[in-house]
Design a binder for this molecule. Structure first.
Ligand code: ZN
Length: 167
């Protein structure tokens, strides 16, 4: 049986390949990594890079990414936008953790204990216990309903999943 995993957020250094960054990127590559570079027929710049997976061509708009071990590889611009985001640098004594917040499926209100700040939990189990104690409903499909009453969207969702309404 498989379980769900997600990639650990390992920080990388990266820069987009443009006509402006082209020179600086060549300087940042080692002699081993830099194979060739220049202007393509359509006037855009490109770089041939030797990566751990062989020689790859980076085209203008691609991102050149350096891993923690000094290895380098190109990533297509749209893939980069989908899979990378700016990292918050953490001082040595800190590490980040995954937290869970709960949002109502009908009104998108996020559970907050004192109605001022969203509550974050260490696990789905802990969050479920807490919002149930507060009167929220956790549905079988994982969606959650807040305690709002006399509201069309909430009543509609309650009807859909077969929860009896007070009215
Ligand atoms: Zn709600």
């Amino acid at each position: 049986m498989t379980s769900t995993y997600r990639k650990k957020p390992i920080p990388v250094q990266a820069r987009e390949l443009t006509s402006d960054s082209y020179r600086g990127l060549i300087d940042a590559l080692t002699a081993e990594q830099f194979v060739a570079g220049g202007e393509a027929a359509d006037g855009t710049v490109y770089l041939e890079i030797r990566t751990l997976e062989g020689q790859l061509r980076a085209r203008e708009g691609d991102w050149i990414v350096w891993g923690t071990h000094g290895d380098v590889w190109p990533v297509r611009g749209d893939i980069f936008a989908e899979t990378y985001e700016p990292a918050i640098p953490l001082p040595a004594g800190f590490r980040s953790e995954q937290l869970v917040a709960v949002r109502c499926a009908a009104c998108e209100y996020e559970y907050d204990e004192d109605e001022s700040y969203t509550c974050y939990f260490n696990s789905v189990e802990q969050a479920t216990t807490c919002v149930r104690d507060a009167g929220w409903t956790v549905l079988k499909d994982g969606r959650v309903l807040c305690t709002a009453e006399d509201d069309e969207d909430h009543d509609e969702l309650r009807r859909t999943v077969g929860i009896a309404t007070a009215s």
